[in-house]
Write a protein that binds this ligand. Structure first.
Ligand code: GRF
Length: 201
């Protein structure tokens, strides 16, 4: 399965996906890494790996106009599954419709708790005892599509957002390749909002 990985920053999930492919754990290929921020460290990492990259600055551009160009680039690269990995932009309806049930996102909380920015700090401020991460299908709501996989991470007394975020990130790096593998194998079925056949992943 040909992946398009969309990033805006560091790209550690991109690296985890690439590592899973390299060790044979994920039957997929990264066909394009696209960043809306040309300076994203993850884009430079991808370039050094010899991956196909696309820097497509989004600053000041109208959402759908931008998304039309992004979709064209992804299609041009033969992308079959879009993986948002720290991509800090809401997708337009146009983008979502272009890849029906073929867009995934990873979020550092147990959705639907704490969508949006600073999910780790939101979890600490609320006082939950467990947080974690979620891989979900993307629709045109913020962090709102059907949930594919989740992993639970306990919140410890001494945690700040950075410490909690680091432990969540370890789980993200395991969870995202596992979720992509499920989609690549077609090992799930959708029943309304419920994604069945994926638990235990
Ligand atoms: C991750 O915490 C992810 O859950 C969130 O953005 C962060 C991206 O990190 N959507 P990285 O760029 O993959 O290192």
């Amino acid at each position: 399965m040909k992946l398009g990985v969309l990033i805006s920053g560091r790209g550690s999930n991109l690296q985890a996906i690439a590592a899973a492919i390299a060790c044979g754990a994920l039957p997929a290929e990264i066909a394009l890494v696209l960043s809306n921020r040309p300076q994203a460290p993850g884009l430079e990492w991808a370039r050094q790996q010899g991956l196909a990259i696309c820097a497509l600055p989004s600053a000041g551009r109208e959402r759908e106009d931008y998304d039309r160009e992004a979709v064209a680039r992804l299609r041009g690269a033969g992308v079959e599954l879009v993986c948002l990995a720290g991509y800090m932009r809401l997708l337009s309806g146009y983008f979502v419709a272009a890849f029906p049930h073929r867009i995934l996102n990873i979020h550092p909380s147990l959705l639907p708790a704490f969508p949006g920015l600073d999910a780790q700090q939101q979890a600490l401020d609320y006082g939950v005892k467990f947080s974690g991460c979620t891989v979900h299908f993307v629709d045109d709501t913020l962090d709102g599509g059907p949930i594919l996989l989740q992993a639970v991470v306990p919140v410890l007394d001494g945690d700040d957002a950075a410490a909690l975020g680091a432990r969540i990130l370890e789980q993200e790096h395991r969870l995202y390749p596992a979720a992509i593998r499920l989609v690549a194998r077609g090992a799930f079925r959708l029943q309304g909002r419920r994604v069945l056949g994926t638990n235990g992943g």
